[in-house]
Design a protein around this ligand. Structure first.
Ligand code: FAD
Length: 427
């Protein structure tokens, strides 16, 4: 029997889900819902901040000068390479173009309902069978709600849209300019200012470098061990923030510095506002349960989530996750019992806590991503991600640690499934 599958979101993950679903018309009939008027999700740069032209919260966190922090040679879906040749670290416009090309190549547009917001997703459980009620409406007519039933739902709504704000003593009395990195667009408004970027994960590092082009002084403030890398002369590291005063910041080493602006590069929240209570999904300290392999709801195997993991090589992992989910849906992969899956998830989580990872890193993979991806492919019996992706990703990861300001000047070429080589510099 052909299964009707709803895909929520038309970003990279949703497109990948559609690409594989629509390649099996004898098994699946797919519909994707996308609130924007085009594909690409987070890669659709906008100068808007706050609300978009339809009154919805601005979705994308892209900034004008962003260049990818991974070379395009590893970013690509394994079945759809980027155009060959330098540069390797590309602009957000080029990634968006790539995703549009992917959608055209696999003829995906016909399956996407654009400018359509998914409002609710609810399980309707009968004897041994759950179907899914999805309600949705046009972005411009939000009281015109429609309802459709599906056999399965694949959630691909991204997780870089809802800012996570830290509690900082004195924040409300600080007279300077404060934004979350979600609202950062360009460095010009920081010309000649003293700026603190709080948080040194990917966004904090990258935005500090971007702001340094214009700012007088940038303080990259964080509680991790200090980066041992080259930094522009106007970027200095400081510990985390103890408190703010009217015109200054006091760092955790008690040093006080006058500043004009603060950028909170403090991450994002998972958010699934459309899932009803009956979906039984919990989010505590940024840990989503009950998900097997960060992917499949252990109570409802027909409800899955692509792209939950953090610190990964996203598109190749989406490709593997989607293929795993489709193997579960078409019955070629039998999942273990709910108890075994929940136990597996809990054991993975406890191991992380024992290794000292904070609870909110339940879905951070980092170096664990390669075994995770291999697990998916060996369980569902599809070809693994080519080893060269890991080789180049790991190489960049280490190279960036020592060369934060210059690592994007290098270019790379894939030689075969296992090897890559650096090629001449842009500069
Ligand atoms: P998204 O791209 O967020 O797409 C989700 C889609 O769901 C959106 O189109 C949204 O409109 C839609 N949606 C959400 N809710 C609803 C609803 N209720 N109804 C209808 N539609 C809905 N990755 C890399 O590989 N390399 C990089 O260099 C890189 N740099 C990044 C820089 C920044 C600043 C950010 C924020 C992310 C970066 N990433 C990078 C990670 C990036 O998030 C992933 O590559 C990937 O694009 C995520 O795709 P997604 O489909 O999971 O989510």
């Amino acid at each position: 029997m052909v299964q009707r599958v709803a895909v929520i979101g038309g970003g990279a993950a949703g497109l990948c889900a559609l690409r594989h679903l629509t390649a099996r018309p004898e098994q699946f009939q797919a519909v994707a819902f996308e609130q924007n008027s085009r594909v690409g999700g987070t890669w659709i740069y906008t100068t808007n901040i706050g609300k978009d032209e339809n009154g919805l919260p601005v979705f994308s966190s892209m900034y004008k000068n962003l260049r990818t922090n991974l070379p395009k040679e590893v970013m690509a879906f394994p079945d759809f390479p980027f155009k060959k040749g330098p540069p390797s670290f590309i602009s957000h416009e080029e990634v968006l173009q790539y995703l549009e090309d992917y959608a055209i190549h696999y003829k995906l547009y016909q399956y996407i309902k654009f400018q359509t917001i998914v409002q609710t997703i609810r399980p309707l459980t009968g004897d041994n069978f759950t179907s899914w009620e999805v309600t949705y409406c046009p972005v411009k007519e939000r009281n015109q709600s429609c309802r459709e039933l599906f056999d399965a739902v694949i959630i691909c709504n991204g997780h870089y849209s809802v800012p996570l704000y830290p509690d900082i003593v004195g924040l409300k009395d600080f007279a300077g300019h404060v934004i979350h990195s979600h609202d950062y667009r360009e460095p010009e408004s920081y010309t000649d200012l003293h700026v603190v970027c709080l948080g040194a994960a990917a966004s904090g590092q990258d935005i500090s470098m971007d702001i340094a082009l214009k700012a007088k002084q940038v303080y990259l403030s964080h509680d991790k061990p200090f980066l041992t890398t080259d930094l522009p002369s106007n970027v200095e590291q400081r510990p985390g923030i103890k408190c703010l005063r009217r015109n200054s910041v006091i760092f955790n080493n008690s040093e006080e510095v006058e500043i004009d602006a603060l950028i909170l590069c403090t991450g994002y929240r998972y958010s699934f506002p459309f899932l009803t209570e009956e979906c039984n999904l919990r989010i505590e300290e940024e840990r989503i349960t009950p998900l097997y392999k960060h992917l499949i709801h252990t109570q409802f195997h027909t409800l899955s989530f692509i792209g939950i993991c953090k610190t990964i090589c996203p598109f190749p992992q989406f490709h593997s996750q989607v293929r795993f989910v489709l193997s579960v849906l078409n019955g070629s992969l039998m999942l273990p019992s709910r108890e075994v899956m929940d136990h597996d998830t809990e054991r993975d989580y406890q191991t992380r806590l024992e290794e000292g990872l904070p609870a909110r890193h339940a879905h951070t993979l980092g170096p664990l991503q390669w075994n995770y991806n291999d697990d998916l492919s060996s369980m569902a019996k599809f070809e693994p991600i080519p080893r060269v992706v890991q080789e180049l990703y790991d190489y960049i990861h280490h190279h960036r640690k020592n060369h934060l300001s210059t690592y994007k000047d290098m270019n790379y070429e894939l030689i075969d499934d296992k090897t890559f080589k650096p090629i001449q510099s842009c500069k």
